[in-house]
Design a protein around this ligand. Structure first.
Ligand code: DC
Length: 229
């Protein structure tokens, strides 16, 4: 036991926002600075989409997808250089879940309520002392409604497409910026308009626009907000 804080009482920082807003990068930095655990909830939806593809499960077979989600055998870790590694059963899927195809599949399965419910307990299981930084679309509105700090991170669509393009290029994935902008718009629309847990800021969230701001600047703002509580 560390400091007597039960896992369920550990503080949570929820960072939600659209794709390309920088949530993942900021969440990782904030978690590292504070020495807290990290939950990349988008990776879970991506894993369900990947597992479905590998097993030939159709993206509209709600029952089978919910079963896949409920039995995900996933492990998050890091390699010798501290880089993120994600394992699905015995397979290293770190790179394969980051493709645009997997992102589109994730957005489709994420619209299914039974899939979201099946992932709830898994997500809440990441909460532990001394704290958790959780990034996604519904961390503050649904999964961790009692989060100590809720941040809704945004950036202009143009900047988000540019960042995503750079990220993919660094991973050796070649996509046109125009196609990426269209995909981002389409994904934003689907994530915001779906009836279950749509992408929107929690009523008590602080809005942070990261357009034109450095990673350090945005990270520091979140850390300052947390220390002011
Ligand atoms: O953040 P990401 O691009 O890895 O997320 C992939 C998809 O998963 C995204 O289109 C929306 C969905 N998602 C969600 O619905 N709820 C979350 N908490 C996280 C992601």
């Amino acid at each position: 036991m560390s400091g007597g804080t039960a896992a369920g009482d550990a503080p949570v920082i929820a960072i939600d926002g659209p794709s390309g807003s920088g949530k993942g990068t900021i969440a990782r930095r904030v978690a590292r600075e504070l020495g807290w655990a990290l939950l990349d909830s988008g990776a879970l939806y991506r894993l369900v989409a990947l597992a479905a593809q590998q097993r030939g499960v159709a993206l509209d077979d709600t029952g089978a997808l919910a079963e896949l989600a409920a039995s995900l055998d996933v492990r998050f870790g890091s390699d010798a250089h501290g880089e993120e590694q994600i394992w699905l059963e015995e397979e290293d899927v770190t790179a394969s879940i980051r493709t645009e195809e997997c992102g589109a599949g994730a957005s489709a399965v994420a619209a299914l309520e039974p899939v979201r419910s099946a992932l709830l307990a898994l997500q809440r299981g990441f909460r532990r002392a001394p704290g958790l930084v959780a990034d996604g679309r519904d961390m503050g509105t649904h999964v961790f409604r009692d989060a100590s700090l809720k941040v809704f991170l945004t950036a202009s669509p143009k900047e988000r497409a540019r960042r995503r393009h750079k990220q993919l290029k660094e991973k050796g994935i070649d996509v046109s910026l125009a196609a990426l902008s269209r995909d981002i718009e389409e994904r934003d629309r689907r994530d915001s308009e779906r009836s279950v847990a749509p992408l929107r800021p929690a009523e008590d969230a602080r809005i942070l626009d990261s357009s034109g701001k450095s990673i350090e600047n945005v990270t520091q703002t979140v850390l300052d907000w947390m220390s002011e509580l």
